[in-house]
Write a protein that binds this ligand. Sequence first.
Ligand SMILES: [Zn+2]
Ligand SMILES: [Zn+2]
Length: 235
Amino acid sequence: MKLFYDLHIHSCLSPCGNEDMTPANIAAMAALKGLDVIALTDHNSCKNCPAAEYFAKEYGILFLPGMEICTLEEVHAVCLFPNLEKAMKFDEYVYGRLIPFPNREEIFGRQQVYNKEDLPCGTVPNLLINSTQISFDNLWELVRSFEGVMFPAHIEKASNSLISNLGFVPPDSQFQTAEVKDTHKLLELKKANPYLESCQIITNSDAHYLQDIQESIFTIEVEEKTVEGVIRALL
Ligand SMILES: [Zn+2]
Ligand SMILES: [Zn+2]
């Protein structure tokens, strides 16, 4: 079965996420765009996932709680979890390993947590776009220990990507899926990084604005339309 997906979306919890990116607005836009499955992946935080899951369900959209982690090497990677419980435990684990640098809203933007009425109910004090003490080398095992799956984000980007920051894809990597935004670069990327030949390549929006949420163009093949089904398809 094929599902239209967007597995990398930021909400207004990410300081760089537009304030219109509330959980209810994201779910409504995903429904409008005809997506079957979405994931909310704010920088180093899952705290808007409970509200986003609630609204996605309202619109009949399959929802995966997630996070875009920034590793010690400043590599961005998307981590997705089978349920809110695992996601929130991972959130706690990561927040304790994030550089404790207070957010300055006037410079970086607000980091707003929303409730199931789509109203702001708090903010996160430390700046979420900093790196964590978690290294990319350990990330796969770590995320698997929370029953989730990880894929490196926007690997072709000139900053905050696996290839830009490490210089290459480590041949002993374990991830099975990689995110490429500009698929024109795929051949070149695979040539320079043979590891990618055996990977499933996916394209997500990395939306920070509502209009950028993915159109229903890319599909992912799953055995069943469940959260577990999507995680298995990425393993
Ligand atoms: Zn990123
Ligand atoms: Zn992102």
